[in-house]
Ligand binder design. Structure first.
Ligand code: SF4
Length: 374
């Protein structure tokens, strides 16, 4: 409560707190949240653009990825990106989430031919084109394209309101034989931490988070939150931290794996709030825990992430977005006002964090939202 910096062992004690202490811990987390955020909870009105679902990695919990030629394999064409962006703008969306597999051109000859047909040399170059199309339609891109190099982030910065990469877990154990990331070289935590750090050096507002239920221990969840806190303390660029729960699906290797329980999520959200501090934006996806809206508000979060009136959550297509009016009613019943935000949080809307090329659109969209909220 005094704002002291916690250690990994402190955070482990918090995330493992017994049921008898949980009420007290959640109360501390929400007091911290209320101190900096008040009783406002936010969301971003977005469209989800799955630029390609080809991916060189094979995370055992993923239903998004495909191989070329497999049923459902898809690389969006420029006209599809344009049409979806225009439709999103008509529906009041302001964010274009570019979400895609990691480095498919490294693994697939057919996809390299697709890129050549599209007139680009790499997936990241194509993502840049996609961002330009969405920007022209009046949407702010937020790209989450897996591991990026420094040069790729420099190229995307002027075309994005913010970038993202889930840390997922800081545990290298998850890359070992039989674990979820054995066949996912891009899920090496050291590489992901390095990229997130580089994003800070480049003054890019950044979204990251942890994934619960993929074989990590509670202590490793705590260590992951501490690692994110340390990155943010160095660069100040982590604009939000997502606490996401694994969802079991019949078609994955982890079909029978247990999903995190509601109180495990509550412990992780509250630990994130206490470790990361009153000012951090702490988020959990409402479509993955539709029955826990009130519990998560009680645990100290202040954001529901992107919600789309147009496109499904392609990563969890079985989990529909909440209806915004219903979500607003539930938040209000719990004592919160639901407000829209952009893909860049207001505290980052300034010349230190934004390229001058994208600033006018950010300012225009933010003044629209601020007008609606007042
Ligand atoms: S890197 Fe992402 S898209 Fe690729 S398999 Fe893993 S979770 Fe799926």
């Amino acid at each position: 409560m005094a704002g002291d910096s916690l250690s990994a062992s402190d955070a482990t004690v918090l995330i493992e707190c017994p049921d008898s202490e949980l009420g007290r811990m959640l109360a501390i987390a929400r007091t911290l949240r209320d101190r900096a955020k008040g009783r406002i909870v936010t969301y971003s009105r977005k469209i989800f653009l799955p630029i390609t679902n080809l991916c060189r990695d094979r995370c055992t919990y993923c239903t998004f990825r495909r191989d070329p030629g497999e049923s459902g394999a898809w690389t969006m064409l420029p006209q599809e990106i344009r049409q979806w962006s225009a439709r999103g703008r008509e529906l009041g969306c302001k964010e274009a989430l570019m979400c895609l597999g990691d480095k498919p051109e490294v693994a697939f000859k057919e996809y390299r031919a697709t890129l050549a047909d599209l007139g680009v040399r790499s997936t990241m170059e194509y993502v840049g084109r996609a961002c330009e199309i969405s920007l022209k339609e009046g949407l702010l891109p937020h790209t989450n394209a897996g591991l990026m190099t420094r040069a790729e982030m420099i190229a995307l910065r002027p075309l994005n309101a913010s970038l993202g990469l889930m840390l997922e877990s800081v545990s290298p154990r998850l890359r070992m034989r039989g674990e979820v990331h054995q066949w996912a070289p891009d899920k090496d935590p050291a590489k992901r931490l390095a990229m997130i750090d580089q994003a800070g050096q480049l003054a890019i507002p950044f979204t990251t988070g942890i994934l619960l239920g993929i074989g990590e221990t509670p202590a490793e969840r705590a260590q992951s939150l501490i690692a994110i806190r340390d990155l943010h303390e160095r660069q100040g660029h982590i604009q939000e931290v997502i606490i996401q729960n694994f969802r079991a699906k019949p078609e994955i290797a982890m079909a029978a794996a247990p999903e995190p329980e509601a109180l495990e999520m509550a412990r992780a959200i509250a630990t994130a709030r206490i470790v990361l501090g009153a000012g951090m934006n702490v988020q959990a996806p409402p479509n993955l825990s539709p029955d826990q809206i009130e519990l998560f508000l009680d645990s100290g979060l202040n954001d529901w992430g992107g919600i789309s009136p147009l496109t499904p959550d392609f990563v969890n297509p079985e989990a529909p977005w909440p209806h915004l009016e219903r979500l607003a009613e539930r938040c209000a019943a719990a004592g919160f006002e639901l407000r829209e935000r952009l893909a860049i949080y207001p505290e980052y809307i300034n010349d230190s964090w934004l390229d001058p090329g994208i600033r006018p659109l950010v300012d225009r969209l933010w003044s629209n939202i601020a007008g609606d909220n007042s």
